[in-house]
Ligand binder design. Structure first.
Ligand SMILES: [Mn+2]
Length: 230
């Protein structure tokens, strides 16, 4: 039997919700992909990373992992590291060698041509090829600001006006929640802020359906608590 593909939104340490989502998706073989921001803010980052290893999942780099990796690189070089808030500093201290290996394996984007889509953490600039996207756009974009990609929150996501191929599956924008656009799907439904953890579940060779029918491809579970507020 050919495996399904399950693409999971931002988890931020919500290990119990990831376990519940796995139950909701069911036990059939699946290729697991995560949109990044696995770490910090929530109660159990190590429990999330352990499940990611167990699932042999592929992960796209989120801005929160990028920050931890930059801190490690600066410390190794002996230069001044970027600032870490309390939640991130705690996670940084807790990470073991196998946890760091999960972060080191994270990719800037993952192409899934069999589903006609690409997975990124935050966004893409469609004027540029995938290979030429900056890491800043891939991991931090939320909107267009005077014609340029921006990390600023706006009521209109960059993804609302995106048209073309491939379909883009992304996270990073919890305030807008689940985003179902014609050519893009946003999966950050604010789990760590008391929302839900969501996944796009595609059968072998299946593509994201039109907006009006795409909810049927989404599986989600509620957060057990509000773990963090901004
Ligand atoms: Mn993010």
């Amino acid at each position: 039997m050919e495996a399904r593909t399950v693409i999971v939104g931002d988890i931020h340490g919500c290990a119990a919700e990831l376990a519940a989502l796995r139950s909701a998706v069911g036990p059939a073989p699946a290729r697991w992909i995560f949109v990044g921001d696995l770490v910090a803010r929530g109660p159990d980052t190590l429990g999330v990373l352990s499940q990611v290893r167990e699932l042999r999942a592929e992960v796209v780099l989120g801005n929160h992992e990028d920050r931890l990796l930059r801190v490690r690189a600066a410390r190794e070089r002996g230069t001044k590291p970027p600032h870490l808030g309390p939640s991130h500093a705690q996670v940084y201290q807790q990470l073991s060698k196998v946890d760091w290996a999960v972060l080191d394996a994270m990719q800037a984007y993952i192409e899934l041509p069999e589903h006609g889509l690409v997975v990124v953490h935050a966004g893409i600039d469609p004027r540029t090829t995938l290979e030429d996207q900056t890491l800043d756009v891939l991991t931090r974009m939320r909107s267009w600001d005077e014609g340029e990609p921006s990390d600023r929150f706006r009521e209109e996501s960059w993804a609302a006006s995106y048209r073309g191929e491939p379909h883009v599956v992304f996270g990073h924008n919890a305030r807008l929640g689940l985003q179902l656009h014609p050519c893009a799907t946003g999966l950050d439904s604010a789990c760590v802020y008391g929302g839900r953890l969501s996944a796009l579940v595609l059968e072998a060779g299946e593509r994201p359906r039109p907006v009006s029918e795409r909810s049927s491809q989404i599986v989600s579970v509620p957060a057990a608590a509000r773990y963090f507020s901004i």
